[in-house]
Ligand binder design. Structure first.
Ligand code: SD4
Length: 327
């Protein structure tokens, strides 16, 4: 027996602490009871993604699998030409090519991902095929494209007139600033739990606008842009990928929940870690996390004001403002 335990057992203080810890365990159990009608549930980054949640809900409310729900959900912004951060209509790299990153995880801990993929409208579905049809987790660039074509995905031009125009305007100054503004971006990260309490997650993006050719962010990296552990919960990230990659943010959130943290506390921890480690870079850059735990509780938090998210639970699909650390 370690000496501290021995000491506590042999003292009045030990008796008091034992009593008080029972109190806290009872207290925690009260909060930890499964939420009523918590399932199914789906959460996604950014307010404009209500429609993505709807598509996921369609699957979930019909008794479908969380994996199918998140794939269907994130395909909505991937196909939307007005969404300049995801899939078709995404802003190109600084050489004018739209290059896409995406990843997906299922309830068994299987994972699939594509990075630096061009000319395929639904990178999330290619990521799923990587997971289901290859012994690998990630395919990149030309190889990812070849694989997608061999799987029957059509090759498409993803650069819309609007995105081309934005790029032409950017080229006038060609000011290379690999930073992300605080409010105007909407990579979608999504986590869902179905009626059978299976958890899945997905994340998809065109990455930073006018990025260096070949730059890959956090979104396709398992544990950075998204992570799911069916025993614990799931998390996803949006914002400046470099900050999320260096801290393996989504993994950190899930591990915090594994240690017993409420999802809200877990996302706050991951954001504070970034702020503490990179105080200069966070001044002008946003990162936001969303999380769901196995009990159906959620959390969301950003570095700056302006990060919002969508939650569909108990038949209600709503946009919520997330808290933030820097205002
Ligand atoms: C990236 N995390 O490539 C992505 C960008 C993003 O909303 O989230 N945009 O770094």
């Amino acid at each position: 027996m370690n000496s501290r335990r021995k000491f506590l057992q042999n003292t009045a203080l030990g008796g008091m602490l034992a009593g008080s810890s029972d109190f806290w365990i009872r207290q925690a159990a009260q909060f930890d009871r499964p939420e009523k009608n918590a399932f199914p549930v789906v959460i996604a980054t950014w307010g404009p993604n209500l429609k993505a949640n709807e598509a996921a809900w369609e699957v979930l409310s019909n008794g479908g699998r969380a994996l199918d729900a998140v794939e269907a959900g994130v395909k909505v912004p991937e196909a939307n030409p007005r969404d300049s951060s995801v899939g078709y209509g995404g802003f190109p790299d600084r050489e004018g090519h739209v290059t896409l990153d995406a990843c997906i995880m299922d309830e068994f801990g299987n994972a699939g991902s594509v990075s630096f993929l061009e000319n395929i409208k639904h990178p999330i579905s290619v990521a799923r095929r990587v997971m289901e049809k290859t012994p690998h987790v990630m395919l990149s660039g030309e190889g990812a494209l070849q694989f997608a074509l061999s799987e029957g995905f059509p090759k498409e031009e993803l650069l819309t007139d609007k995105a081309r125009q934005a790029w032409e305007e950017w080229k006038i100054e060609s000011n290379y600033k690999p930073k992300i503004n605080v409010e105007r971006h909407d990579t979608i990260g999504m986590v869902a739990i179905d009626a059978q309490q299976r958890i899945a997650g997905a994340c998809t993006t065109s990455g930073l606008a006018f990025k260096m050719r070949g730059r890959v962010g956090d979104s396709p990296v398992i544990g950075a842009g998204m992570f799911v552990d069916n025993e614990v919960g799931g998390a996803a990230a949006t914002g400046l990928g470099e900050l999320v990659l260096r801290t393996l943010g989504s993994f950190l959130v899930v591990e915090e929940m594994r240690r017993g943290a409420h999802p809200q506390k877990a996302v706050e921890k991951a954001i504070r870690r970034i702020v503490q480690k990179y105080p200069k870079e966070v001044e002008e850059n946003q990162v936001g996390f969303i999380a769901l735990d196995k009990k159906g509780r959620h959390g969301a938090f950003g570095i700056h004001k302006g990060f919002n998210y969508v939650l569909y639970q108990r038949n209600e699909n709503r946009v919520y403002e997330a808290g933030n650390v820097l205002g």
